[in-house]
Write a protein that binds this ligand. Structure first.
Ligand code: GLU
Length: 504
């Protein structure tokens, strides 16, 4: 039985890279008929941010990434928040000490800092490891008696992992193959802190084991920690899960990890939902609030670091579940591409029904104090949908279907509305008043019998008509638009434009 987990730390809003990690876990779980678990890793109380956990849950729910067990829904392996599991970690730290895999360390922050400085002065980097640990204040250098005395006296301590000297540790990674590191390069990481809390490393391994996690799928930034994790499994005598470290999401330029600052600089969100920082009050934009559809975000993220092995780009969640495979996850970082994000959004917007788009448009019409027959709005929505990427563009793009222009684009007027144009527009009114109000009849009367027959410039006359009806030279097929607006409204708009633009 496949069991995977998404294990974020509630230190702020969930980065879009974290969302991708959650998504890949979800796809893998669903494809294998397994379980998807949400575990909150909040052992570092200093980095805890109120509201972050709720944000993570809401964001993943919006995207349709569902869980079988987790902090918000419970399950047979709970609790699913590490601070609620606090009592269980100490015994594991003690077990490691008993078995010679860990030791107590009493070094004060100042002593560690002094050591670092001392090394720096010699142009070296201090690392707490097999070469240096005996120079430090710990149970290995002090002996058990002195260690016991200090613990009883209430001296603060941490528990550190004791790497065996000079062994090669191999991590089998499903994406990268074997990654081997020598233990001499690794520092004796703190596993348990004086505040009675485990660190990420200990809690993560204990939880993955006790929650029977079979596959650990997480960001590449955790690869350097993987040898320690492999050793911890060995030290406990537990079977390690399989690891897959996902490639980083890179800046659009490709150099370095995608950060919040890149989003601010280039104007795109790096968070799924808008985030209000509880301390600074700063607001960071979110995909949801920008009007992105969750399906578009999911599809875009799925392809950032993975491909189905074909040219197919548009895939629903169900298709992704079918097609996903770890073999096609790239080893290289994936560059964020804003144009591509918008392309996906546009594609998914087109999949919305005319009714759904009309509903969105009606909300915006209300804000502008405009009402119209629902069937008419649906028709407008259907006609204009292909020009829309974000719902926020709806009113601006469609407003002239509901109200006459109040001003006329200066550039367009200068280019098209020649001094004699009021004469032609009066003629257009006359034509509309006399021919049957049908597409073909209007088309023939206007373009053949008037414009062509009099040797007029079609672009100039038709675009001036557009200026009169729309306010600028944009919009759908002109005669279709006239048919939509109806005879009276069209004529009234042309007359208004004649009055306004004649003297100018
Ligand atoms: N708490 C870690 C994070 O915030 C989880 C890393 C892991 O999945 O092992 O990314």
């Amino acid at each position: 039985m496949v069991r995977v987990r998404f294990a974020p730390s509630p230190t702020g809003p969930l980065h879009i890279g974290g969302v991708r990690t959650a998504l890949y876990n979800y796809l893998f779980a669903r494809q294998n008929g397994g379980k998807m678990i949400l575990r909150i890793e909040d052992t570092d109380q200093t980095r805890f941010v109120p509201g972050a956990e709720q944000y993570i849950i809401e964001a993943l729910d919006w995207l349709g990434i569902k869980f079988d067990e987790g902090v918000h829904i419970g399950g047979p392996y709970g609790p699913y928040r590490q601070s609620d599991r606090k009592a269980m970690y100490r015994q594991y730290a003690e077990q490691l000490i008993r078995d010679g895999w860990a030791y107590y360390a009493f070094d004060k922050p100042e002593a560690l800092e002094a050591k670092r400085k001392e090394y720096e002065a010699q142009k070296k980097t201090f690392q707490y490891d097999c070469n240096t640990r005996l120079q430090m204040e710990n149970s290995l250098s002090l002996g058990m008696e002195e260690t016991q005395r200090r613990i009883v006296a209430g001296e603060p301590y941490v528990v550190r992992f004791q790497f065996p000297d000079n062994i090669d540790i191999t991590v089998h990674d499903m994406i990268r193959g074997d990654v081997t590191m020598n233990s001499r390069l690794l520092d004796d990481k703190v596993l348990f802190k004086s505040d009675g809390m485990p660190t990420y490393h200990l809690a993560n391994i204990v939880d993955d084991h006790t929650m029977e996690i079979t596959h650990v799928i997480r960001g590449e930034e955790w690869l350097p920690s993987a040898p320690l994790h492999v050793m911890l499994y060995k030290a406990f005598g537990w079977e390690a899960p399989q690891f897959a470290h996902l490639p980083l999401l890179l800046k659009p330029e490709g150099n370095g990890k995608l950060s919040k600052r890149d989003g601010d600089r280039l104007g795109f969100p790096v968070f799924p939902l808008e985030w209000h920082d509880p301390k600074s009050g700063e607001i960071s934009s979110g995909y949801r609030e920008k009007g992105y559809l969750p399906e578009a975000v999911v599809n875009m993220l799925a392809l950032m670091g993975w491909n189905p092995g074909t040219e197919q780009e548009i895939m629903s969640m169900d298709e992704l579940i079918k097609l996903f495979n770890v073999e096609h996850i790239s080893k290289n970082g994936a560059k964020f591409n804003l144009d591509k994000a918008k392309w996906f959004q546009h594609e998914y917007f087109q999949k919305l029904s005319d009714e759904a788009v009309a509903d969105m448009l009606e909300v915006q019409m209300k804000e502008h104090g405009v009402e119209a027959d629902h069937a008419y709005v649906v028709k407008v929505a259907g006609m204009m949908k292909e020009r829309i990427t974000f719902p926020g563009e709806l009113w601006e793009t469609c407003c002239y279907f509901f109200q006459a222009p109040t001003e006329y684009n200066e550039k367009d007027v200068a280019k098209r509305w020649t001094p004699d144009m009021h004469i032609h527009m009066s003629k257009v009114i006359e034509i509309l008043n006399t021919v049957p109000f049908e597409y073909d009849a209007i088309h023939k009367a206007l373009l053949d019998d008037y414009i062509a027959a009099n040797g007029l410039n079609t672009g100039k006359v038709m675009n001036s008509l557009r200026i009169a009806v729309v306010g600028r030279t944009v919009g759908p097929d002109m005669i279709t638009l006239v048919m939509m607006l109806g005879k009276d409204e069209t004529i009234s708009r042309i007359q208004k434009a004649i009055d306004k633009l004649k003297t100018e």
